[in-house]
Ligand binder design. Structure first.
Ligand code: C5P
Length: 410
């Protein structure tokens, strides 16, 4: 198997991660984690405790990571015989996954009687963050001793990823499951993002709306919601407290994002407005229907055999973005313009009509449902194009642009 070379354009490109395994059933997830970290561009050095080797072999972890696994502080292959120093000096982070209750207890005490705890203690604390993915039975996680130890390792600078809740290997259900490999990968990617929106509140609308004609039919559009969900993830990664009001889409909620599902424009309006005044930023990516049937039928409209077609009286939906922009004071409002032509002109027209400081234009029909996009940022100063990229990369760039503007008005 060939091990991919780290690539700067990948989310963990150029990062070197020391992946520590302490003893726990969740070691089986760590094998998958190595692959996920590689796919995301990182190089991985695995370190295993003796207990971890009872659950999964170093052979498996060496084959997956492409490097011999470090298991002993007495390993004579290290020229200076100081594996505990050498391992952490070029690491961007040490991630211990699984971190057992016993291992966290050792860290809390500053013990160093085997290689993994030794290298955690010997790491340069300012340059090499320590990240822990706890994995244990729910009673162990809830025990006052573990609570005390977790509090202590946090106070000493460690960051915890999870644990999650759910079915446990012992058959019980509760808190203490190690996060899945993909969740840990995403936590790590988020950890390395600059915290440009730390503590800011960000509200985002995403997806289409669905305007009922009768109980089984309605008017909607082809918006996939992908751009809005990417912005929600990027804002959360940047440290914001994110609420995502989503029309009908089948997309996974980004981690740590609060999601409110709605269907119609009116529901979206009613979900957004009570929250809007408390936000620092409002990003309206939703493709909100401009009109809705004025009186949707209570029952399914039936053909009567006469050939007559139903006619609809339409009524205008409230403009959610304009309503939020008219609050006093408004959050920093970002509108989207999905146009099929003349992007800059239409975007600038929206900037004025809706009184918002930033409108992001994209070519609507071309981008709907795709994973990449091209954006044009239009504000009072001028225009700036963000070159074609995947929607998450563009979302991160947009977050940088928003953060700069927030700083400028502060
Ligand atoms: O009104 P128009 O569709 O031209 O402008 C698009 C922008 O306004 C998008 O940011 C969209 O989310 C927002 N919008 C809204 N409520 C509406 C219509 C559009 O928030 N009823």
């Amino acid at each position: 198997m060939s091990i991919p070379t780290p690539h700067q354009s990948l989310p963990l490109g150029g990062r070197h991660i020391v992946l520590g395994l302490s003893g726990g059933i969740a070691c089986y997830k760590s094998a998958e984690l190595v692959r996920e970290l590689h796919k995301a561009g990182a190089s991985v050095q695995v370190v295993m405790t003796e207990a971890a080797q009872a659950f999964i072999t170093p052979v498996t972890m060496q084959a997956l990571s492409g490097r011999p696994v470090a298991t002993s502080q007495w390993d004579g292959r290290e020229p200076n015989n100081m594996a505990h120093i050498n391992l952490s000096r070029d690491a961007d982070a040490i991630l211990v996954a699984p971190a057992s209750a016993d291992f966290i207890a050792k860290l809390a005490l500053g013990r160093a009687d085997e290689l993994l705890s030794l290298l955690c203690l010997a790491r340069p604390i300012a340059q090499c963050p320590l990240l822990l993915a706890p994995a244990m039975n729910r009673e162990m996680w809830a025990h006052p001793a573990t609570r005390r130890n977790v509090h202590q390792v946090r106070a000493d600078g460690a960051t915890l990823f999870g644990p999650g809740a759910g079915d446990q290997a012992c058959g019980e259900v509760g808190d203490g499951r190690m996060l899945e490999a993909t969740e840990l990968r995403d936590e790590l990617i988020a950890f390395f993002q600059p915290k440009l929106l730390a503590g800011r509140r960000v509200l985002i609308t995403a997806g289409p709306t669905f305007e009922a004609i009768d109980p089984v039919r309605g008017i909607t559009n082809l918006s996939s919601g992908k751009m809005g969900f990417a912005i929600a993830r990027a804002a959360q990664e940047a440290g914001a407290l994110v609420t995502l009001v989503a029309g009908p889409v089948h997309l996974a909620t980004p981690r740590h994002v609060r999601r409110i599902d709605v269907r119609s424009a009116l529901q979206m309006h009613d979900a957004v407005l009570p929250l809007a005044a408390r936000q620092d930023v409002f990003v309206a990516t939703a493709a909100v229907a401009d009109w809705r049937p004025a009186s949707p039928a209570d029952h399914k409209i039936k053909k009567d055999g006469s050939g007559a077609v139903p006619g609809f009286v339409m009524t205008e939906n409230p403009d959610i973005l304009a309503a939020v922009a008219s609050l006093v004071p408004p959050p920093f409002c970002v509108g989207f313009a999905a146009e099929s032509q003349d992007l800059a002109r239409h975007a600038r027209e929206k900037l004025v009509r809706k009184s918002v400081p930033l409108v992001v234009g994209n070519l609507g029909p071309a981008t709907f449902g795709r994973d990449d996009n091209t954006l044009l940022l239009v504000d009072a100063e001028g225009e700036r194009a963000l070159a074609t990229a995947d929607k998450l990369s563009l979302a991160r760039e947009l977050v940088r642009e928003i953060a700069q503007r927030l700083q400028a008005v502060a």
